[in-house]
Design a protein around this ligand. Structure first.
Ligand code: NAG
Ligand code: NAG
Ligand code: NAG
Ligand code: NAG
Ligand code: NAG
Length: 248
C-alpha cells in the first residue's frame, strides 16, 4: 500500500514518465498569451505593505519542467522577478516555501492522507529534491524567509499567516509551481483572509498531463472571476518601481 502510494506520488510529481515527453507544460508564452486583468494603460502599485511569495520552487518540481522551452521561460522569468525584488531599497518581504517532511516517517502525511498521493514522494529538509532550485536566489541578508509546507496551501503547517499579519502585509504577489496546486490553493485562501492577491502569469506553470488548457483556464477564467488579479511579469516589474518604500 505504502509503495503503491509513493509510486503514484512520484509519477504525479516528478518528470520521469514517458507520458510527459509527449506533452508539454502549460505556460503562457508567445504561442499561448494570457490576458492581464489589469489594463495596459493603468499604473499598477503594490503599495508599501506587500510581500512576494515564491512558492514550491524546489528541485523536484522545477527540474520536471526545466528541459522544456516553457520551463526555461518560467525559470528565467521567475528568477528575473526574484532578483528585481531583491534590488529594491529597502527590500520587501520575500517568502519562499518548500515541501518537505519533518523526518523519514513523514508524520505530516502518514500513509493515507490525500496529499500523500501528490507529495508523498518527497523527503526531509536534507533531501536535495526539496531544496530551492539553484536558479532562484534566497537572500538571507535581505531577510528572505523560507517556510516548510506539507499541503497545497502555502500556509499549511507553518507561520505564513502569522508573519503576514505581524508585518501588516495587505498585498501578496504570487509566483510558483503548479498553477493548479499551490497557486490556486494559496490565491483562494489569502483572498478569503482579505489580502489583495496578484498572480504573475509568466511565473506560474502547469505540469503535464492535460495542459496547457488547465493553465489557461485558471489564469484567464477562474482567478479573474474570484476576483484575483493576473498580471504579466512586465507589469509586475513596472509596479515594483512605483511601489514602496516597502515596510518590512
Ligand atoms: C511555439 O510553437 C512553435 C511551433 O509549434 C514551437 O516551435 C515553439 O517552440 C513554441 N514556442 C514556445 C515558447 O513554446
Ligand atoms: C509574459 O506573459 C505575457 C502574457 O502571456 C506575454 O505577452 C509576455 O511576452 C511574457 N513575457 C515574457 C518575458 O516572457
Ligand atoms: C485606458 O484604456 C481604456 C480602453 O482603451 C480607456 O477607456 C481608458 O480611458 C484608458 N485610461 C487611461 C488612464 O488612459
Ligand atoms: C540538487 O538538484 C539540482 C537540480 O536538479 C542540481 O542542479 C544540483 O546539482 C543537485 N545538488 C546536489 C548536491 O545533488
Ligand atoms: C541581498 O540583499 C541585500 C540587502 O537588501 C542587498 O544589499 C544585496 O544586493 C542583495 N544581494 C543580491 C545578490 O541580490
Amino acid at each position: 500500500m505504502r509503495t503503491t502510494l509513493f509510486t503514484a506520488a512520484l509519477t504525479g510529481l516528478l518528470s520521469s514518465t514517458a507520458a510527459q515527453s509527449t506533452t508539454t507544460p502549460g505556460y503562457d508564452d508567445c504561442n499561448n498569451t494570457i490576458s492581464s486583468t489589469v489594463p495596459a494603460n493603468k499604473t499598477l502599485s503594490f503599495g508599501q505593505h506587500y510581500a512576494v511569495l515564491n512558492l514550491d520552487l524546489i528541485n523536484a518540481l522545477v527540474s520536471s519542467v526545466a528541459t522544456t522551452s516553457e520551463g526555461e521561460s518560467f525559470i528565467s522569468n521567475t528568477a528575473d522577478w526574484i532578483n528585481a525584488v531583491h534590488a529594491q531599497t529597502p527590500a520587501p518581504l520575500s517568502i519562499f516555501t518548500r515541501i518537505f517532511f519533518s523526518n523519514s516517517h513523514k508524520p505530516e502525511i502518514g500513509p493515507a492522507t490525500p496529499f500523500a498521493q501528490v507529495g508523498g514522494a518527497l523527503g526531509t529538509a536534507s533531501s536535495n529534491m526539496t531544496a530551492i532550485y539553484p536558479a532562484f536566489y534566497v537572500n538571507d541578508t535581505a531577510g528572505d524567509v523560507v517556510l516548510q509546507k506539507t499541503r497545497y496551501y502555502a500556509g499549511a503547517g507553518n507561520g505564513l499567516e502569522e508573519i503576514l499579519r505581524a508585518q501588516q502585509i495587505d498585498t501578496v504577489i504570487l509566483s510558483g509551481i503548479r498553477t493548479s496546486g499551490v497557486i490556486l490553493s494559496t490565491a483562494y485562501r489569502l483572498f478569503d483572509l482579505d489580502y489583495k492577491v496578484y498572480v504573475i502569469a509568466n511565473n506560474t506553470i502547469e505540469t503535464p498531463p492535460n495542459t496547457p488548457d488547465i493553465n489557461t483556464n485558471i489564469l484567464e477564467g477562474i482567478l479573474p472571476k474570484v476576483p484575483i488579479d493576473v498580471i504579466t511579469i512586465e507589469q509586475a516589474i513596472a509596479a515594483l518601481k512605483v511601489s514602496g518604500p516597502a515596510v518590512y
